[in-house]
Every structure is written in structure tokens, then in C-alpha cells.
Design a binder for this molecule. Structure first.
Ligand code: SAM
Length: 264
């Protein structure tokens, strides 16, 4: 999946690793990005290839993000996040004896998907940005070497680099592999006070112009999810498509709009 050529942000790849040089060259060729040997002030975002790690550097924030399923904030949330009692778990319908199969069509940094996976759900993630997919794939590769990650892989945790609207209409309409739940977390509208937005989300906002096809995602998801569609929104935001959910679950800053699928 190529990067949107109309993007506003300048992006380059910086390769510090001989081991990854061919991978970096191929990535740059597919995505039509410049390949550098060291960081440069000319690019707002720079994807840094090291021997093991791949991370994304934001020039303006002077910070990097990468994804780590074994340690850091994701592992912390796994340990202290509140288990099946937390709002996201209730939103997807996790309860004793019910462990839904989930399609997360807006993978991003996989924070939400990983929480659901650690609670026992088989999860497939879809991400259309090749930059984010590169970070996700690298996180999977590193985690796969760790035995703590094996149960999650075994129960089903995989990533796909695709546009989710195309994926849903092409893959789910032709087979009976529909997930129980389709989970949608589109980019929030840009906040004026950027201090209110976490740094990793600010970087995501810089990477994407917008997710203006989120309404289409909801429509498609409603056609193909077996049990429910869950949309994550800021607590006071309008519903997607101005479509009223059957119910919603709120936490301090976040609202999960739940659309249940009527069985014929
Ligand atoms: C707000 S982020 C999701 C954050 C994620 N829930 C997390 O916990 O890290 C939204 C992501 O969805 C992706 N996205 C939006 N629309 C998409 C689509 N139609 N197909 C695939 N990915 C999409 C964007 O590229 C972006 O990375």
C-alpha cells in the first residue's frame, strides 16, 4: 500500500543499518521516498531503520515513536489496565464465556488491538499507512522472538496493510470469515490546543491528512460484522455519520458507540 501522494508532510527514510539497507531501498522505491544516511532538517518525519528497531522521528517534536508489545506503555496497560472490566472490553462485548473475534480496521499504533488481544480476543488489524505498517511489522517481528508473545500469536493476532473499506468489501463479502466485532477508531479532528493531544497522536495527525472516509467504514462494517460495530470517539464528539448507536459506554475522555447487528 503506497503512501498517499497528496500528503502535506515531508517524509524520508534514514537507514543506519547495513542489514536493512536492501529493505530500506525497497521501501523507498515502493513509496517514492528519499533514502538518507543520516537525519536531516529538511524532513518533518523520518523513518529510522536500525538493525533491530524501526522508529519514526518527528523533527518538530524532537521525539520518536515505535511500537513494543513486550515492554513500555502497552505492556504496562496489559498489567494495570483493568482487564475485562475496562470500557473497551465491555464495548466489544467481552464477558465470561464470550470472547469475540475482532477486526480492528484502524490499527494505528495497535494500542487498542493489543489490549483486546491480551484479554484473549483473536484480533486482525488493518492499517493503510505503509509507514505505520512498517512500525507494526517491526514490532511483530521483535515480539515474535519473545515467549511472552507466543500465546497471543497462537490465539490469532495478525496485521494486514490494506485500505479497510476495500478489504471489507473485497474479502468479507466473498467469504464467511466475518468477524464478530468490527472496531473503528478514526483520527480525531485536529485539536487547536496541541498540548491536549498525546505526542504519538500528534505524530499520527501529521502523518495523515485526515480519515475522511470513516463514515464509509461504518456503513461497510455494519453490513459485514456478525454481532456489533464499535466506534471510538472523543467523549463529546458527534457520532459518525450522525448515526445514533444502540448504546454507548463512556470513560473520562472517550466514548464507545456500539451498533448491534440485528439478526434476521
Ligand atoms: C486514531 S488511529 C488508531 C489508533 C489505534 N486505535 C491505536 O490504539 O493505536 C487511526 C488509524 O487508522 C488508520 N485508518 C484510517 N482509515 C483507514 C482505512 N480506511 N483503512 C485502513 N486504515 C485506516 C489510519 O491510517 C490511522 O493509523
Amino acid at each position: 500500500m503506497k503512501i498517499n501522494p497528496t500528503r502535506k508532510t515531508s517524509i524520508a527514510v534514514v537507514c543506519f543499518s547495513n542489514l536493512r539497507l536492501q529493505q530500506a531501498k525497497d521501501f523507498c522505491q515502493i513509496n517514492q521516498l528519499p533514502l538518507l544516511k543520516k537525519k536531516s532538517d529538511d524532513y518533518a518525519l523520518q523513518l529510522l531503520f536500525f538493525d533491530d528497531l524501526i522508529e519514526l522521528f518527528d523533527q518538530q517534536l524532537n521525539t520518536t515513536i515505535s511500537i513494543d508489545f513486550i515492554k513500555g506503555s502497552l505492556a504496562h496497560r496489559q498489567q494495570f489496565g483493568g482487564g475485562r472490566g475496562q470500557a473497551i472490553a465491555k464495548a466489544v462485548g467481552l464477558k465470561s464465556g464470550v470472547t469475540p473475534r475482532i477486526l480492528d480496521v484502524t490499527a494505528g499504533l495497535a494500542g487498542d488491538a493489543f489490549v483486546l488481544a491480551t484479554l484473549g480476543c483473536p484480533v486482525t488489524l488493518i492499517e493503510r499507512s505503509s509507514i505505520l505498517f512498517c512500525l507494526l511489522e517491526n514490532a511483530f517481528d521483535r515480539a515474535s522472538l519473545n515467549e511472552k508473545f507466543q500465546p497471543i500469536l497462537k490465539q490469532g493476532f495478525n496485521i494486514i496493510n490494506h485500505d479497510a473499506n476495500n478489504y471489507i468489501t473485497e474479502q468479507l463479502s466473498t467469504s464467511d470469515n466475518a468477524p464478530d466485532v468490527i472496531y473503528i477508531d478514526p483520527m480525531y479532528p485536529e485539536r487547536k490546543k496541541s498540548a491536549l493531544v498525546k505526542k504519538d497522536m500528534q505524530i499520527l495527525q501529521r502523518l495523515h491528512d485526515n480519515d475522511d472516509d470513516a463514515s464509509e467504514l461504518l456503513n461497510n462494517a455494519l453490513l459485514f460484522a456478525k454481532k456489533r460495530v464499535v466506534v471510538k470517539r472523543p467523549v463529546h464528539a458527534e457520532t459518525l455519520n450522525k448515526k445514533a448507536p444502540n448504546t454507548c459506554i463512556k470513560s473520562k475522555k472517550t466514548r464507545y458507540d456500539i451498533y448491534t447487528i440485528e439478526k434476521m
